[in-house]
Write a protein that binds this ligand. Structure first.
Ligand code: TXD
Length: 332
């Protein structure tokens, strides 16, 4: 199916005209049809990325959610189909496979506390992906994110351009939201990056952040900025403690959607994501969040920002924290 993307153009006289900009559709598979997976499925179908297959170990659940979404399709009018399955044969031919399978945090747990259980799940899932979709791009979501991305790379044996962890878009969205709230600005007027591991050691960059092109450092006192940085680092835990069961999913699913969209339209936009570094920023052999350009082949290039000494040191020490987590749980 050659899907296009409907774009709304505002014409004089207030009349909206739908025009169609064509990109070849991409088949999207989502492993794990829980909160993040199913929210992403609807976003991706509505965003006309391409047909979506949701897979889960729970029988009937992905099928039921897919049926519900197909009925939403009748109301919303999107073209792609959504199907649910428990069988990996149905994800064959997927261009992008998003992995959201695994346990989510409970109040009081750190992301790293999930490593043992999720590592078993991710190993089993990635062996299947390797066999059924040998040429796909894998986007990892399950926590602890950087370690699970490393594991996915090892298990699939895919090149590093094809295994990408989602974290930086989400962490930056949290940072931008808190800055926007503080200044009474819309979060989309706030431009900011968060680098490093997706954990307490993440590195929200105040240098380089701006609001309507004005440097953030000049807009808020140091203590306020420090409080926002800390709230960003704990942004996931704040939601976990409010929800009491499960963790955040609307912003996480939106963040994956942003990455998939960049890939599907070959945007080459620089987006923070967790990738295996090979000497960039003086870091080697570890997944950590840095800006990457994304296109139809996955990671097109890694962007090396000119970081200040403190930010560079914080990024390197965050990478060390991820490395020691991996070394203590994975033999290789
Ligand atoms: O920034 C980020 N990367 C994250 C990561 C943001 C939000 C959530 N983050 C992590 O994603 C979270 O800590 C979890 O590790 C995953 C999924 O979170 P979600 O909130 O979607 O969890 P759910 O609702 O519990 O859904 C998980 C689903 C559930 O339906 C299980 O039945 C399924 O995963 N599951 C499996 N599916 C397929 N195959 C196997 N083996 C499997 N095991 C569990």
């Amino acid at each position: 199916m050659g899907l296009g993307r409907r774009v709304s153009c505002h014409m004089e006289g207030g009349r909206d005209l739908a025009v169609r900009v064509s990109y070849p559709a991409m088949k999207l598979a989502i492993i794990g049809s829980g909160n993040v997976g199913s929210t992403l499925a609807l976003l991706a179908a509505q965003g006309e990325i391409g047909d979506v297959v949701m897979l889960d170990v729970v029988e009937g659940m992905p099928q039921g959610k897919a049926l519900d979404m197909m009925q939403a399709r009748a109301v919303l009018g999107f073209e792609p189909t959504v199907t649910g399955t428990n069988d990996y044969a149905d994800i064959a031919g997927s261009d992008i496979v998003v992995v959201t399978a695994g346990l989510a945090r409970k109040p009081g747990m750190s992301r790293d506390d999930l490593i043992q259980k999720n590592a078993k799940i991710i190993t089993a899932v990635c062996e299947k992906i390797r066999d059924v979709c040998p040429n796909c791009i894998v986007i990892m979501v399950s926590n602890p994110l950087d370690a699970m991305s490393y594991l996915a790379l090892k298990v699939t044996g895919f090149p590093r351009e094809k295994v990408i962890g989602m974290a930086g878009v989400l962490d930056a969205a949290r940072f931008r939201t808190f800055v926007g709230e503080e200044l009474g600005a819309h979060s989309s007027d706030v431009s900011a990056m968060v680098l490093g591991g997706h954990g307490d050691s993440m590195v929200p960059l105040v240098d380089g952040a701006s609001v309507n092109s004005k440097p953030l450092g000049g807009l808020l006192p140091k203590e306020k900025l420090a409080a926002i940085v800390e709230r960003t680092r704990k942004g996931g835990a704040e939601i976990v403690s409010l929800l009491k069961t499960g963790s955040a999913y609307y912003a996480p699913a939106s963040s994956v959607y942003h990455m998939i969209k960049a890939i599907s339209i070959d945007s080459n936009e620089a987006i923070p994501a967790s990738v295996l570094l090979d000497g960039e920023y003086g870091i080697e052999g570890v997944f950590v969040g840095v800006p990457v350009k994304l296109g139809r082949k996955g990671v097109v290039s890694i962007v090396e920002l000119p970081l200040g000494d403190d930010d560079l040191a914080a990024l390197r020490s965050s990478a060390e924290a991820v490395k020691s987590l991996c070394l203590s749980h994975f033999s290789d």
